[in-house]
Write a protein that binds this ligand. Sequence first.
Ligand code: BJW
Length: 228
Amino acid sequence: MAAIRNIVILTGAGVSAESGLETFRAADGLWENHRVEDVATPEAFARDPELVQRFYDMRRTAIMQAQPNPAHAALARLDAAWPGALLLVTQNIDDLHERAGATRVLHMHGEGLSAWCTACDARIGWSRSLLDEPPCPSCGATALRPDIVWFGEMPYRMDDIFDALREADLFVSIGTSGAVYPAAGFVRQARECGARTLELNLEASQGSAWFHETRLGPASALVPQWVE
Ligand code: BJW
């Protein structure tokens, strides 16, 4: 990686699959048993908040039971050792990158262990259920919702992500199907700005043609190989 200084890494559900967290679009994945329109849109939350809260209660429990795997650990080592700019953009709502020790992490689709108060806009670390409509510790209103970016909502910190993509010498996508925008478009943006692009995935993603190189296999093997 001699000429590389600035790295952007995008991770998806595949990086946490070997930690026991379900992916979305696999044959036995989350969207097989839950309709997206019922649990992952603001309209669903307005219509049936209890169903949505139960879905995220289940996800929160799974996150807390999961442990980082060798892919998370390798990315954390890279983050600690890399002297240049590095941004680890994750679509995942789990905290396994952080628990492995990574610090330069951006959760573009929100965090499972966080609640968002729609009254005062506070974000609060949260590991319990939100079903019983607890008051916001910051303002007292009962307006907490999962701190998750649902379909039709704007992913977080897009300006920071686009700035990093513009400056990237290397863009690496790990364990994401390339089915969801705007994340699916990052490879194209990075490449058009001059970055080398690498995909590490179990199977080729929908955007595979945009990558200079694709390596296929489980993240727990491919990511340590790439980092070391
Ligand atoms: C392994 C492995 C192993 C397995 N090792 N690999 C342009 C065109 C068309 C539509 C749109 C567009 N722009 C926007 C849209 C609309 C929409 C969208 O993209 N729709 C598509 C379905 C087409 N996008 C949005 O609404 C986004 N917002 C937005 O665009 O805002 C602008 C805007 C605002 C207002 C109006 C209009 C525009 C928001 C998207 C929010 C996504 N939310 C979810 C759920 C919430 C989080 C949660 O509950 O966890 O985020 S959906 C779900 O998909 C989740 C994920 O983060 C996301 C991506 O999934 P991911 O991670 O790729 O998982 P999978 O399952 O798809 O893939 C797993 C991969 O891992 C596979 O490739 C496996 O092979 C691999 N794998 N095991 C390595 N061991």
